[in-house]
Write a protein that binds this ligand. Sequence first.
Ligand SMILES: [Zn+2]
Length: 361
Amino acid sequence: MDRFHVSQWNYRAEGNANIVLAYQGNDPLYKLGTLLRLKKDDGGEIASHDPVAFQKDIIGPLLGPDYLIPLRRVAVTPAFLQDMAHAIAPHRPHHRHHRGIDHRARFGLLTQDLTYRSILTCELKPKWGFKPTSKQIVPEHARIKSTICRFCMHHFLKHKTLSDYCPLDIYSLDRCRMTRALRAIQQDDHNDKFKVLHNQSSVSPAQAALEILSHDACLLPRLAELQTRLDTLDVEGIWPLYKRCPVDDIHDTQTWQSVVERFLTAEVRDDPVQRILEYVLSMTFKDCSILMSLYAYDPDLPFVELDGTRYAYAIKVIDTDMKKVSKIPLWYGLDQRIVQNALQYALRRECDAEKKYNVVA
Ligand SMILES: [Zn+2]
């Protein structure tokens, strides 16, 4: 049986940009947990960059390659995409229907299914882990931006209410604050930031996430550091630079590679193009997700202990796609709406990034 036949794949999940299918055929090469990621039609031009190279050569050196699940490009036919779009339609959530598989795509991406043989798998989208301190922020916005984090203000704009979940509690690595945040996120009616993808145990997903994130102890600080250091000007500082010196969307990996090299060696800090592209990279790290899985204990793998039982675990970062430079005007507009709304309602909260904590080794 052809691997790329509609009968060989099941609908698994989708986000804004991609639809994910799980292999269910008998090919031994694919059988051990393989996912196929297909691009959704966003009405824009067909992507001309190489997502495999972007992940390996741009995201890898910044985040650490061990956190990434390798991607592989495979050719797909228009007929397969059309058949698949038809077959998965009944399984797709209603609010996602306005955007389907991009039939013009000639490639899909194969990746490993972390839920395969897992006892539990959950996904956390932690969002922004810092409050901006840029001097470019206009004085009227400086105070509110330094007290309430971007996630909390954005949540308030969208839902007219504050969430008990604040990402800075997760990033704090303080067990007490993390526990509170994970509990709050699950109880939030608007929660789409913490999902349980698979659970064959009595273990609490929030407890598993807490133990894995605490035990790893490197990923969250690294994400927050990348977000902060790639975005030192704030979008209020990026916007005037972009207006003065508009940059086209970057499709070639070499340009991004040189941005990363200059960033890592802290060269040419006053080059506006470099600052703009660093900001665009920061947006990827503000929007990525953390996948965490528990497996049966294996002495060769890192483990956590839950309710007296040892489990091997994996922690990976997904959704690390390239963002478009041409979105800067949108990002700036959204930022201004978020802040104006918070000011208009005299929103009060102290999102505490500074509080000291005991790092769990
Ligand atoms: Zn907050």
